[in-house]
Design a protein around this ligand. Sequence first.
Ligand code: C2E
Ligand code: CA
Ligand code: CA
Ligand code: CA
Length: 279
Amino acid sequence: AKAAGRNGYRFFAPEMSVEAKTRMKLELSLRHALERRELSLHYQPRIDLKTMSIVGMEALARWHHPELGDVPPMQFIPIAEENGLIETIGHWVLEEACTQAQRLLGKFGRQLRISVNLSARQLKSRSIVEQVRGVLDRTGIPPQLLELELTESALIDDIAHSAGVLKQLKCLGIQLAVDDFGTGYSGLAYLRRFPLDVLKLDRSFVMHQDEDENSSEFIKAFVDMAHALKMAVVAEGVETAETLQFLRNASCDEAQGYFLARPLTLEAFEAYLSRLPAA
Ligand code: C2E
Ligand code: CA
Ligand code: CA
Ligand code: CA
């Protein structure tokens, strides 16, 4: 106990690697990030590929650390997932995203769908269904305009449990999407066990579609299979005009990507909406 506690050196022992120290530092400051208002959301437009008009937006978490600057979500979300903070952060994301979406619906008079990422840990949380119900009640957002994105790996981690939770969430009238689809695991057969509305193709193969014939073939096959299961297909990571055209030809329903629009701050997203032709 003596060695461990002395001057807190247990935490920043000299033999720790630089990465381990950075991670420890991130973990400690992430505990206060919410109360210190260091977290915010960016919104990335989602475009209907038939009409080419905006149909919704994905809320993406951002963390501005006072010393380290912007910490990417790929860095802090896994930490939050591991130490359990994701439950608090995820709840905040859901509440903030729905609050802003409901305000934007009123302000711009468009039926925009708000998509929120739900982590594996949140899906396992006992209170998740009550949380979502509470957010719908408090914000007054129409349930069909809220979509929750769950990764393929989170869903198949405990199929029986996930299926039960998804059924309850579906009863609230919201939309459910499988995120990062195609990154491995299981194929489409297991998807039939979940009440899913939307399949999001992972950006790793959407991005390489124009260089890689396999990716193109996968995308076409997934679109057809998803449609057979009555799911809409969303492609993310659309970076070129060629990929956009390919997806339209492949009957993909919606898309997101830097070629269409980057994730935007709330202010920039509002400016984007005000520049659009009337709905
Ligand atoms: P994701 O859910 O797959 O989100 C899409 C990511 O692709 C975002 O990265 C977005 O900025 C990026 N992206 C969009 N269009 C393009 C493109 O054309 N090209 C490329 N190269 N990238 C594009 P971001 O914002 O860095 O988020 C990374 C991941 O962090 C997300 O991947 C998601 O898994 C996680 N994440 C972000 N916010 C949240 C959150 O609130 N809760 C949870 N649980 N996870 C989150
Ligand atoms: Ca997502
Ligand atoms: Ca994704
Ligand atoms: Ca991803």
